[in-house]
Design a binder for this molecule. Structure first.
Ligand SMILES: Cc1cc2nc3c(=O)[nH]c(=O)nc-3n(C[C@H](O)[C@H](O)[C@H](O)COP(=O)(O)O)c2cc1C
Length: 463
């Protein structure tokens, strides 16, 4: 039976996916500035044998709704937001196996400095770090960083292709495997003949220099990607090792997944090397009735205004300026176009409108929650894996940390009883865990490095 993989989806902020729930008396998301909050979360997730903690990030504020940031600031919609990378070392020190998928936007940082930060994290975590490759979707970020506005949707992917080539060369090709000698007697730490500068002069980036870090366990961090427009899927099929897709009707997601795996195969990759995780929100309690009551309790704290501020920015459309019944189309947006396609797929019989969007909100967000007792939730998670060919889930936080402890205490044992969830971690780096032989989801066991069929592998050191 295919093993279900679980990841937590969180962000270094108060309001992440489900807006308003920070007001719930048991919610602890306002403690996001305390390191102990994150260390506790990491320990909790490792107790539940989660593969990873996936940390979202965004640069810029959500100022599309009502033409300004007030609604987002009032409701703490992904602002204030701290740097996700800085949380990782403390959480890594408190855990042994948990992986960390960290979002970093490549539009505003040169590949040379970014490559060093990720290699540093790969060393400090013992090879447990991943990178969610994003290019941003907010004009407010571009303006804050001195530009007039962000590049167009497909141009951002073209820039990302070039960026990947530079970081692959830094991570994979600048230091030979045997460059570091640590020879105390000879006084040679590293052999200068085995360290070389990379030279890149492209339309977006110029770099001349050797990578500043010695080879880390995974070299290239595990690569995540979350764009699923046509252009986004082509990028993911080429580069991603883990793809994060939004929920929606299972047949819609199944088509996305089949397309992704087919594209990967056409590029010479093993489609099973592409792990696909679907974004999900779970509300679970001891029985179906108690879970429904918990959901109703959470719902009382949901913020519709916060959800609209979030949706306006990520879909790139000001819903305050949009008539209730005006159609919403992907062509209007330079933001996350696949989010619009995803919303539309949920109600194929209807034209997507502001009214439809608001009616579809749940728990202050656009994800339709899976609500029930342990057996009901396990049935649904297993149906997703079966019908949509996904490898697992990225579980959004609702009321934290109980949204994660509930899954760990109630759903994980149920899945384990059914043989659908591991009972122990496999040793090794995050990449090795994702391709562990005990994982019957397919793919061949891999080492800590990128598989030979991955484009980054072609950038490895050659004499
Ligand atoms: C489920 C999901 C999660 C995402 N998380 C982030 C994020 O944390 N930060 C970010 O800047 N972009 C994020 N994005 C945006 C994507 O990385 C991508 O830039 C965007 O979806 C535009 O590409 P697309 O139209 O191909 O989907 C996310 C997108 C999706 C669908």
């Amino acid at each position: 039976m295919k093993q279900i993989r679980l990841n937590a989806f969180d962000m270094n902020c108060v309001g992440h996916i489900h807006q308003g729930l920070w007001r719930h008396p048991r919610d602890r998301s306002t403690q996001y500035t305390d390191l102990a909050h994150w260390v506790d979360l990491a320990r909790t997730l490792e107790r539940g044998l989660f593969d990873g903690l996936f940390l979202a990030d965004v640069l810029g504020v959500y100022d599309v709704y009502q033409g300004g940031p007030d609604a987002a600031v009032r409701a703490a919609v992904q602002v204030p937001v701290g740097d996700p990378l800085l949380l990782v070392p403390a959480m890594a020190a408190a855990t042994t196996h948990l992986g960390f998928g960290v979002t970093a936007n490549l539009s505003y940082e040169p590949p040379y400095t970014f490559a060093r930060r990720m290699s540093t994290l790969d060393h400090l975590t013992g090879g447990r770090v991943g990178w969610n490759i994003v290019t941003g979707y907010l004009d407010s970020a571009a303006r804050a960083l001195g530009l007039d506005g962000q590049a167009a949707h497909d141009d951002r992917y073209a820039m990302a292709e070039e960026y990947m080539d530079v970081v692959y060369r830094l991570w994979e090709g600048s230091w030979a495997d045997d460059a570091v000698r640590r020879d105390r007697a000879a006084g040679v730490y590293a052999d200068p003949a085995r360290v070389r500068a990379i030279r890149h002069h492209g339309p977006h980036f110029r770099t001349e220099g050797a990578h500043l870090c010695e080879p880390s366990p995974q070299r290239t961090p595990v690569l995540y990607q979350a764009g699923s427009s046509d252009r986004g899927r082509r990028f993911a099929a080429a580069h991603a090792e883990c793809v994060f897709v939004n929920g929606g009707p299972k047949p819609h997601v199944a088509r996305l997944v089949a397309d992704l795996r087919g594209l990967a195969r056409s590029l010479g990759r093993d489609p099973a090397d592409l792990k696909v995780f679907v974004g999900a929100t779970v509300v679970v309690a001891e029985t179906d009735a108690l879970a429904q009551a918990k959901r109703a309790d959470y719902e009382r704290y949901a913020s519709v205004e916060g959800a609209l501020a979030h949706a306006s920015a990520s879909l790139g459309i000001d819903f305050a300026a949009q008539d209730w019944d005006d159609p919403i189309r992907a062509g209007q947006s330079q933001a996350v176009t696949s989010n619009i396609e995803n919303q539309a797929a949920r109600r194929p019989d209807k034209v997507l409108t502001r009214r439809g969007l608001v009616e579809g909100l749940s728990l202050g967000g656009r994800q339709v929650p899976i609500v029930g007792g342990p057996a009901t939730v396990a049935d649904e998670l297993m149906a997703w894996v079966e019908e949509a060919d996904v490898d697992g889930f990225i579980l959004a936080r609702t009321v934290t940390p109980e949204c994660f402890t509930d899954v760990i205490d109630l759903v994980v044992p149920e899945l384990q009883r059914r043989g659908a969830y591991k009972t122990a971690y496999t040793p090794g780096t995050l990449r090795e865990k994702l391709s562990a032989p005990g994982d019957r989801s397919g793919g061949s066991p891999r080492g800590p490095r990128l598989p030979d069929t991955h484009p980054g592998a072609s950038r490895r050191w050659r004499p």
